[in-house]
Ligand binder design. Structure first.
Ligand code: GTP
Length: 350
């Protein structure tokens, strides 16, 4: 079975994390978000994937190639100009001649894709949309549905009095290829605002699938931090890591001084070095080739790959993007350290 990933958005709300990398390549617990999602798909026997790319496509293509290193067959569909979610699906029409999945690439969920497919077939739907329940739906696309489980209306970011539904579009869909004929080509189209309402108006069946317990869209830095909190606390299940009992998970070749203190849960990527006197954790991710200098104290922070904390750095509630060096004795709290902020951190150093 095939799947299409919508991976071309600019990720403006996730800035500055997306200044250097596209959103699907932002690391979640040490590995790109898209890799985590592809891994999940494979577990459900889906191994042919089309990646619809637009913003910084080369970073995605360089990492995944033809997919063979990941046990997948991956193809790419590029756009000269952003076509929106619906236009991007139309742009990939040639790849699909049978029921296929469509995913927003910024979503983490525990949806059982096999069960969703069975539901879609049982409902004889043209499209099935996974939905998830949230307390405050006003920031999302809300779906109202009838007692048989078919959508009856779509409301984008409704005011509280405008809807009684708490179910929002989870960004995971099943499509029948015949639906693609309903999408105009060559211009931007939104599935949420244009295609789905149009399908309803034409009497097409849009089923609503509610089998989603964990769901998070990593659309903003706050949500990005939330994903890691959930990963450490067990709300988000990651196949290779179990942080039960405040574990320290280490991928490979870590060199940790016997005089460093590690307070789990902690995720260490490949080839991490931790110097004597450092106190690391809890809830810390150190990406590949990370170096934590002498007497650093770091908690509740996410370091991407190739990050160096010089001696004596104190850090909490921070994110440090790839290949940044944080100057000796800097004290940082609630900072996203990109190349720009690290320069500015001189002024934060005490
Ligand atoms: P913001 O700029 O922060 O709103 O993020 P975004 O650009 O990713 O938009 P949004 O979160 O609404 O997008 C939902 C999904 O659709 C994401 O996985 C995007 O990568 C993808 N997407 C959005 N617009 C396009 C597009 O024009 N082309 C393609 N191929 N994918 C898109």
């Amino acid at each position: 079975m095939k799947a299409l990933f919508l991976a071309g958005g600019e990720g403006t709300r996730l800035r500055p994390l997306t200044d250097g990398v596209p959103k699907p390549m932002v690391p979640v617990m040490g590995r790109p978000l898209l890799e985590r999602n592809l891994e999940l798909l494979k577990m459900h026997g889906i191994d042919e994937v089309v990646l619809s790319v637009c913003y910084r496509p080369e970073a995605i293509e360089r990492y995944f190639g033809d997919g063979s290193d990941f046990g997948l067959k991956i193809r790419y569909a590029d756009e000269d100009l952003p076509l929106g979610t619906g236009g991007a699906i139309k742009n990939c029409e040639r790849y699909f001649d049978d029921t296929f999945f469509v995913f927003n690439a910024d979503v983490l969920s525990d949806i059982n894709f096999s069960a969703m497919l069975r539901y879609h077939k049982r409902k004889k739907a043209d499209v099935t949309i996974a939905v998830t329940r949230v307390k405050n739906p006003s920031a999302y696309g809300v779906i109202e549905y009838d007692e048989d489980g078919y959508a009856v209306s779509f409301l984008e970011k409704p005011a509280p009095h405008e809807t009684v539904s708490n179910f929002i579009n989870a960004g995971v869909y099943l499509f029948e290829p015949r639906v693609l004929r309903q999408i105009p080509s060559g211009r931007p189209v939104s599935v949420e605002r244009e295609l789905f309402p149009k399908l309803l108006a034409r009497g097409r069946k849009i089923a609503v699938y509610r089998g989603c317990h964990y769901w998070l869209d990593i659309g903003t830095p706050e949500k990005y931090i939330q994903a890691h909190r959930d990963g450490f606390d067990g709300g988000l299940r990651l196949p290779e890591v179990n942080f039960h009992e405040r574990a320290v998970y280490s991928r490979l070749d870590a060199r940790i001084s016997g005089k460093a203190v590690l307070r789990g849960p902690i995720y260490l990527g490949r080839n991490v070095r931790i110097a004597p006197g450092a106190v690391v954790g809890p809830r810390v991710v150190v990406g590949d080739n990370g170096v934590i200098g002498r007497k650093c104290r770091i908690a509740n922070s996410i370091l991407w790959n190739d990050v160096v904390l010089e001696d004596g750095v104190e850090m909490s509630e921070c994110i440090v993007t790839d290949a940044n060096t944080v100057r000796s004795a800097s004290r940082l709290k609630h900072v996203i350290c990109t190349p720009e902020t690290v320069k500015a951190a001189k002024h934060l150093a005490i």
